[in-house]
Design a protein around this ligand. Structure first.
Ligand SMILES: [Cu+2]
Length: 165
């Protein structure tokens, strides 16, 4: 029993000596580390003044944002009605940049397309296609002045035009 205690004591002393030696060597290696730390703190001083300049400049752009917010222009939209073979009004006059919607208030469907029939090339946004009875098209914008004819593609004698001034 006492001999095994001596063995354990020997092991304990050996471990302490090895740990002490290891710790001593680590301390000798340490002088390199403080040199790195002091050079890092020198680098930190440079970004700090640079970071302060954007913070001061940020006050000016936030003021100009308020000026941009007040831009809301309602678009004038004119309705053309189609009822059982007739577009009303036959000629719709609007201003540049305004819009037109087609509303089918009759009992038969209509196929609205841009002139000329059958190529429909005058103004492509006017190629609405089939508008069922009771339906209203989405708004078509006319940014450029001119005369834009359209017709019922299913019955090309039913026509109308939009004059953009
Ligand atoms: Cu057509």
């Amino acid at each position: 029993m006492s001999s095994s205690a001596k063995v354990w004591l020997g092991v304990l002393v050996t471990v302490i000596v090895i740990a002490g030696a290891y710790y001593f060597y680590m301390q000798q290696a340490n002088p390199v580390t403080p040199a790195t730390t002091s050079s890092t703190s020198t680098d930190d001083e440079t970004p700090t003044p640079a970071g302060q300049s954007p913070l001061g400049g940020a006050t000016t752009p936030s003021t100009s944002t308020d000026t941009t917010t007040s831009t809301t222009t309602p678009v004038t939209t004119t309705t053309v009605t189609y009822k059982n073979g007739v577009f009303t009004p036959a000629t719709t006059t609007i201003k540049k940049g305004e819009s037109v919607v087609f509303s089918n208030t009759g009992t038969t469907s209509v196929t609205i397309d841009s002139d000329p029939h059958p190529t429909h090339t005058t103004y492509l946004p006017l190629n609405i296609g089939i508008l069922s009875a009771g339906k209203t098209s989405s708004a078509i914008s006319f940014p450029t002045a001119g005369t834009y004819g359209y017709h019922n593609h299913a019955n090309e004698t039913e026509t109308g035009k939009i004059v953009v001034q």
